[in-house]
Ligand binder design. Sequence first.
Ligand code: FAD
Length: 346
Amino acid sequence: MLDFASSRFDLAVIRERQAGRRVYLDFNRNSEPAPGDAPFWLDALDSDVRRYLEKSAALLASPIERLRKMNPLSIELYRRYKLDIASGPLEFGVNNQHMNSGLAVGVWGDTSLPGCYAVGEAAGTHGVTRPGGAALNAGQPFATRCVEHVAARPVASDPTEPRGLVESGLAATLAILRPDSALEFVAIHDQTQARMSDHAGVLCSAEALREALRAARALNARIAREGVAFEGASGALRALQWRHMALAAEATLAALDAYIGAGGGSRGARAILSHDGLCAPGARALSLEAYRFKQERSQDRAEQILVRREGEGFAIRRRALRTLDHAEKPFFERDWSDYLTGAIFG
Ligand SMILES: Cc1cc2nc3c(=O)[nH]c(=O)nc-3n(C[C@H](O)[C@H](O)[C@H](O)COP(=O)(O)OP(=O)(O)OC[C@H]3O[C@@H](n4cnc5c(N)ncnc54)[C@H](O)[C@@H]3O)c2cc1C
């Protein structure tokens, strides 16, 4: 958001939407000049933008022509949803591209529940420093490691052991489904979505976040007390989905609250707003002082935040990141036999 970089665009969109207005992206005309500035002109673009378009062979007159050249399928994708961006503007908002969190896993994707694995967005393998484009390829090799480990596992000798676990989990889950409950999944959906967009998105402030956490806790307490109403199989699915989203929301807010409460600053795409922050975005025609934010502290990069459901709430712990021991680097002559015999999976 500093030095007139691109995140001020996100900020502008968020401000408009918070003011109750709707924002559209129009691919059918170039952007209008700021007062006193020259009209849009391809030759006047910043050199990196121009180079990007040039390399893509997309130095074309209008945004829709440039998009058609670079990614024609995106235009088709919107058509499938009955939106023709070649003839009209597209409404949009700012969203999180991915979660830098997930289930705690070992190097094979194994979780603390034996036999249960997680990969991709579901696994907590994506740190804050993950490069934007590395999610897909990181998820795919990791999934390969995961299935190799599954294949190498001995078949469970006592199949009754997981059965008890599954049955108690199922009973707890089904206890939430109550046809006569006054609480409908739509209410959980609306509340949770608004709360997370407003308080756990790009902009966060300590006071508002604490209030959001209190409300998320109250919602989960109500769900535990009253259950969620449903009608039919798909209604039951929605009820359970939003019960889990409400829990995930509380877990996320609890982690954020603990992080900010301990003095944590802005990380990744999230700005932690604070009056005593050292950074404030600038603008030509208005004050953005309300968006003053705290910088990231380097010590927070050395720790991982662990969230665990305990009782009716979430316990937060921190632990130091594993350090890379250079002596542990793969060495063919040493490691190949472990790979061949399967000892590596231990
Ligand atoms: C806009 C955007 C752009 C991105 N661009 C890039 C990029 O350029 N490069 C890159 O590397 N990464 C990119 N990413 C990130 C990358 O796409 C994701 O990290 C990756 O797709 C995650 O894969 P996944 O299989 O873990 O999860 P997903 O692809 O989210 O798959 C999860 C699947 O589970 C299904 N599901 C959910 N709940 C249930 C349920 N209860 N029962 C059954 N099914 C269920 C969902 O419908 C979904 O199909 C981008 C992400 C976004 C949102």
